[in-house]
Design a protein around this ligand. Structure first.
Ligand code: ZN
Length: 142
């Protein structure tokens, strides 16, 4: 039963992940500040749920809730201090994703080279065998 419950928990977590995301403010390069930008399109239907890191358990779904949410003092303080707490975390995530892609490409390249290498070793072995045969023939003809 415990295993089943854990399994259920994993599935639930995955489902929640599909329909929810973590809200990230936009970085304004002109004044080096983070600003609130709605993650939804103006008349978006089936809006996904965004969790906000400004307060444990806080979230919004859709533009109306988003606009309401960003008015709170907790949220405003959070945005004002965003770079202090989360800039590095977000940047790290991006770096990790890029490295994962790079790693995948290099793994593929490595596998390809391994195959080439083993093919070349086979050819060398065959050539060596042929040499051996010839030496043997020479011996016999003498
Ligand atoms: Zn918030």
């Amino acid at each position: 039963m415990l295993i089943f419950n854990n399994f259920k928990k994993v599935i639930m977590n995955q489902l929640v992940k599909v329909f929810s995301d973590i809200y990230k403010p936009t970085f304004n390069e002109n004044n080096d500040e983070y600003i609130d930008t709605s993650p939804y399109k103006p008349y978006e239907r089936n809006c996904i749920r965004y969790e906000c890191r400004c307060k444990a358990g806080s979230y919004f779904i859709g533009n109306t809730m988003f606009k309401q949410h960003i008015k709170s003092k907790t949220h405003k303080d959070f945005i004002a201090n965003y770079s202090k707490y989360y800039k590095e975390v977000d940047e790290s995530k991006e770096i990790i994703n890029n490295l994962k892609v790079e790693n995948e490409l290099l793994t593929r390249k490595n596998n390809k080279l391994k195959n080439q290498n083993s093919n070349l070793l086979k050819i060398i072995e065959e050539l060596n065998d042929e040499d051996d045969d010839e030496e043997f023939k020479d011996c016999h003809s003498e």
